[in-house]
Design a protein around this ligand. Sequence first.
Ligand code: FES
Length: 160
Amino acid sequence: MESVTLPEDKLSLLDTYIRSLDDQEGMLIHILHRAQHLFGYLPPDLQLYIARSIGIPASKVYGVVSFYSYFTQVKRGEHTISVCMGTACFVKGAEQVKEALKKELKIGMDETTIDELFTLKEIRCIGACGLAPAVMVDDKVYGHMNEGNIKAVTSSYKGV
Ligand code: FES
Protein backbone atom coordinates (compact mmCIF):
# COMPACT_ATOMS: atom_id res chain seq x y z
CA MET A 1 0.00 0.00 0.00
CA GLU A 2 2.84 2.36 0.79
CA SER A 3 4.09 2.25 -2.78
CA VAL A 4 0.82 3.26 -4.43
CA THR A 5 1.98 6.78 -5.28
CA LEU A 6 5.56 5.78 -6.07
CA PRO A 7 6.46 5.03 -9.69
CA GLU A 8 7.16 1.31 -10.13
CA ASP A 9 10.06 1.83 -12.53
CA LYS A 10 11.95 3.95 -10.03
CA LEU A 11 11.14 1.57 -7.18
CA SER A 12 12.56 -1.27 -9.17
CA LEU A 13 15.79 0.66 -9.79
CA LEU A 14 15.99 1.38 -6.07
CA ASP A 15 15.35 -2.29 -5.25
CA THR A 16 18.15 -3.37 -7.56
CA TYR A 17 20.52 -0.92 -5.87
CA ILE A 18 19.52 -2.05 -2.37
CA ARG A 19 19.91 -5.71 -3.27
CA SER A 20 23.40 -5.04 -4.61
CA LEU A 21 24.59 -3.89 -1.18
CA ASP A 22 26.12 -6.23 1.39
CA ASP A 23 25.55 -4.06 4.43
CA GLN A 24 22.19 -2.46 3.68
CA GLU A 25 21.64 -0.89 7.09
CA GLY A 26 25.17 0.52 7.14
CA MET A 27 24.57 1.96 3.69
CA LEU A 28 21.35 3.72 4.67
CA ILE A 29 22.66 7.20 3.80
CA HIS A 30 23.76 5.96 0.38
CA ILE A 31 20.36 4.38 -0.17
CA LEU A 32 18.65 7.64 0.74
CA HIS A 33 20.92 9.59 -1.62
CA ARG A 34 20.06 7.17 -4.36
CA ALA A 35 16.35 7.37 -3.58
CA GLN A 36 16.35 11.17 -3.57
CA HIS A 37 18.24 11.19 -6.85
CA LEU A 38 15.63 8.88 -8.37
CA PHE A 39 12.46 10.40 -6.92
CA GLY A 40 13.59 13.99 -6.33
CA TYR A 41 12.53 13.87 -2.67
CA LEU A 42 11.88 11.47 0.17
CA PRO A 43 8.17 11.42 1.05
CA PRO A 44 7.03 9.41 4.11
CA ASP A 45 5.77 6.47 2.05
CA LEU A 46 9.15 6.16 0.36
CA GLN A 47 10.91 6.27 3.72
CA LEU A 48 8.62 3.49 4.93
CA TYR A 49 9.33 1.48 1.80
CA ILE A 50 13.08 1.79 2.38
CA ALA A 51 12.75 0.88 6.06
CA ARG A 52 10.79 -2.28 5.20
CA SER A 53 13.15 -3.17 2.38
CA ILE A 54 16.17 -3.25 4.64
CA GLY A 55 14.38 -4.37 7.80
CA ILE A 56 14.88 -1.39 10.09
CA PRO A 57 12.36 0.83 11.94
CA ALA A 58 10.88 3.69 9.90
CA SER A 59 11.83 6.02 12.76
CA LYS A 60 15.49 5.33 12.05
CA VAL A 61 15.10 6.30 8.40
CA TYR A 62 13.16 9.40 9.40
CA GLY A 63 15.88 10.31 11.91
CA VAL A 64 18.53 10.31 9.19
CA VAL A 65 16.36 12.14 6.66
CA SER A 66 15.48 14.90 9.10
CA PHE A 67 19.04 15.24 10.42
CA TYR A 68 20.73 16.02 7.12
CA SER A 69 19.55 19.20 5.43
CA TYR A 70 20.53 17.75 2.08
CA PHE A 71 17.56 15.42 2.24
CA THR A 72 14.15 16.82 1.49
CA GLN A 73 10.73 15.38 2.26
CA VAL A 74 9.02 17.96 0.10
CA LYS A 75 8.76 17.73 -3.62
CA ARG A 76 10.83 20.42 -5.29
CA GLY A 77 10.05 22.18 -8.51
CA GLU A 78 12.34 22.59 -11.48
CA HIS A 79 13.29 26.05 -10.19
CA THR A 80 13.60 27.25 -6.62
CA ILE A 81 12.54 30.81 -5.92
CA SER A 82 14.20 32.03 -2.72
CA VAL A 83 12.86 35.22 -1.20
CA CYS A 84 15.49 37.02 0.84
CA MET A 85 14.14 37.82 4.29
CA GLY A 86 17.37 39.36 5.57
CA THR A 87 17.20 42.70 7.35
CA ALA A 88 17.81 44.98 4.35
CA CYS A 89 15.29 43.15 2.21
CA PHE A 90 12.79 42.94 5.03
CA VAL A 91 12.97 46.69 5.58
CA LYS A 92 12.50 47.33 1.87
CA GLY A 93 9.37 45.21 1.55
CA ALA A 94 10.38 41.53 1.32
CA GLU A 95 7.19 40.53 3.10
CA GLN A 96 5.07 42.09 0.35
CA VAL A 97 7.23 40.42 -2.32
CA LYS A 98 6.76 37.09 -0.58
CA GLU A 99 3.00 37.51 -0.37
CA ALA A 100 2.81 38.57 -4.01
CA LEU A 101 4.81 35.51 -5.07
CA LYS A 102 2.56 33.22 -3.06
CA LYS A 103 -0.44 34.76 -4.74
CA GLU A 104 1.09 34.65 -8.21
CA LEU A 105 2.20 31.01 -7.88
CA LYS A 106 -0.83 29.96 -5.82
CA ILE A 107 1.32 28.17 -3.24
CA GLY A 108 2.58 28.71 0.29
CA MET A 109 6.18 28.82 1.45
CA ASP A 110 8.09 25.54 1.03
CA GLU A 111 5.50 24.39 -1.47
CA THR A 112 5.74 23.53 -5.14
CA THR A 113 3.45 24.64 -7.94
CA ILE A 114 1.10 22.08 -9.48
CA ASP A 115 3.09 22.11 -12.72
CA GLU A 116 6.22 21.39 -10.63
CA LEU A 117 7.99 24.39 -12.12
CA PHE A 118 8.62 26.40 -8.95
CA THR A 119 9.28 25.81 -5.27
CA LEU A 120 9.06 28.84 -3.01
CA LYS A 121 11.44 29.29 -0.09
CA GLU A 122 12.68 31.89 2.33
CA ILE A 123 16.38 32.59 2.58
CA ARG A 124 18.63 34.79 4.72
CA CYS A 125 20.81 37.57 3.30
CA ILE A 126 22.18 36.60 -0.08
CA GLY A 127 24.74 39.40 -0.16
CA ALA A 128 22.83 41.63 -2.53
CA CYS A 129 21.51 44.10 0.05
CA GLY A 130 22.07 47.03 -2.35
CA LEU A 131 19.41 45.45 -4.57
CA ALA A 132 16.90 44.96 -1.75
CA PRO A 133 14.39 43.50 -1.82
CA ALA A 134 16.06 40.65 -3.63
CA VAL A 135 14.90 37.28 -4.83
CA MET A 136 16.96 34.42 -6.15
CA VAL A 137 15.75 31.97 -8.79
CA ASP A 138 18.07 28.98 -8.55
CA ASP A 139 21.41 30.83 -8.40
CA LYS A 140 20.41 33.99 -10.27
CA VAL A 141 19.70 37.14 -8.27
CA TYR A 142 16.89 39.58 -9.10
CA GLY A 143 16.88 42.92 -7.31
CA HIS A 144 14.41 45.70 -6.55
CA MET A 145 11.54 43.27 -6.58
CA ASN A 146 7.99 44.44 -6.12
CA GLU A 147 4.47 43.26 -6.84
CA GLY A 148 4.72 44.77 -10.31
CA ASN A 149 7.80 42.97 -11.62
CA ILE A 150 7.32 39.52 -10.14
CA LYS A 151 5.35 38.23 -13.07
CA ALA A 152 8.09 39.22 -15.53
CA VAL A 153 10.59 37.12 -13.58
CA THR A 154 8.41 34.04 -13.20
CA SER A 155 7.24 34.24 -16.82
CA SER A 156 10.82 34.13 -18.05
CA TYR A 157 11.09 30.59 -16.64
CA LYS A 158 7.97 29.30 -18.28
CA GLY A 159 8.33 27.45 -21.54
CA VAL A 160 7.40 29.28 -24.71
S1 FES B 1 19.25 41.25 3.24
FE1 FES B 1 18.57 40.56 1.32
S2 FES B 1 20.37 40.54 0.19
FE2 FES B 1 21.05 41.14 2.11
